[in-house]
Design a protein around this ligand. Structure first.
Ligand code: SF4
Ligand code: SF4
Ligand code: FES
Length: 266
């Protein structure tokens, strides 16, 4: 029989703002259920553990989890680096929807909610997953760097100029922080282990539009002209809906699909 897991309250170190305190408004309690599992401890089955803490103005999920870890349960595993929506390391499922913990305000959530690790990626423990390994593998497979024909680049040459219109387009797609939200929201990624995901297709679109990259559409077809690439995409656009950087994934996937479909007809 499983031992029941205690629900332990913890008071937030974020103080209510002066107006809230003066008005005597009671801060609501958050009931945060976290899916706990450590692959290193196979004798402990995955289970939900609920933590209770005071909500506070401006509290993000990242702050809530940090409070739990610092004041209540140091064994809780989750990732963060920047706390500003830049590094992409704090993505997790919030009530089943991929989101960045550091950009999710608790005031926008119900008082009780569930947190789980992103699916598809290798689980490190609790809410921590190895997105880096997946992203590295995908980037290497898609050769996600500017390809030029010259074998020995001239290091004394000035940087290549680019017109502002191209630079802006590429900058827009380079805003991807490789958080993995789009991959976790993707039905195809759940079914096909080698599917490159919206993040991969976005990279192909980025290099296809980079005038410095000398690869042809035939070269790109070799990389994503199959069911693990753009033809595996079901176009339901879960990726587009959850991308925390609001990248134009719908447009970019359609762009890659058009180019690759044209290659297939040749
Ligand atoms: S495309 Fe968006 S959701 Fe996908 S990895 Fe990049 S930033 Fe994250
Ligand atoms: S549109 Fe394609 S890449 Fe995006 S979630 Fe759906 S299947 Fe995945
Ligand atoms: S901690 Fe860097 S994106 Fe959330």
């Amino acid at each position: 029989m499983k031992t029941p897991i205690p629900i332990v309250p913890v008071r937030s170190c974020l103080q209510p703002d002066a107006a809230t305190a003066a008005a005597g408004i009671v801060q609501r309690k958050l009931h945060i259920a976290v899916l706990r599992y450590d692959p290193q401890q196979l004798h402990v089955a995955p289970h939900w553990q609920t933590y209770v803490l005071d909500d506070a103005p401006g509290m993000t999920l990242f702050i809530a989890l940090t409070e739990i870890r610092e004041r209540l349960d140091p064994s809780l595993q989750f990732d963060f680096v920047c706390r500003a929506g830049i590094c992409g390391s704090c993505a997790m499922l919030v009530d089943g929807r991929p989101a960045l913990a550091c950009r999710t305000l608790t005031k926008n959530l119900q008082a009780s909610f569930r947190l789980a690790p992103l699916p598809v990626f290798e689980l490190i423990g609790d809410l921590s997953v190895n997105t880096g390994k997946w992203m590295r593998g995908m980037s290497e497979r898609l050769q996600a760097w500017v390809h030029q024909q010259e074998t020995r680049p001239d290091l004394t040459r000035l940087e290549a100029r680019m017109d502002p219109e191209h630079a802006e387009k590429i900058y827009e797609l380079d805003r991807c922080i490789e958080c993995g939200c789009c991959v976790s929201a993707c039905g195809t990624a759940r079914m096909r282990e080698d599917f490159v995901g919206a993040v991969g297709l976005n990279k192909i679109a980025r290099f296809r539009q980079d005038p410095r990259d000398t690869r042809s559409d035939a070269d790109f077809y070799e990389l994503v002209g199959d069911d693990d690439g753009v033809f595996g995409c079901m176009s339901l656009l879960g990726c587009h809906d959850v991308c925390p950087k609001q990248l134009p994934l719908q447009t970019q996937i359609a762009f890659v699909r058009r180019k690759m479909a044209a290659m297939g007809w040749k």
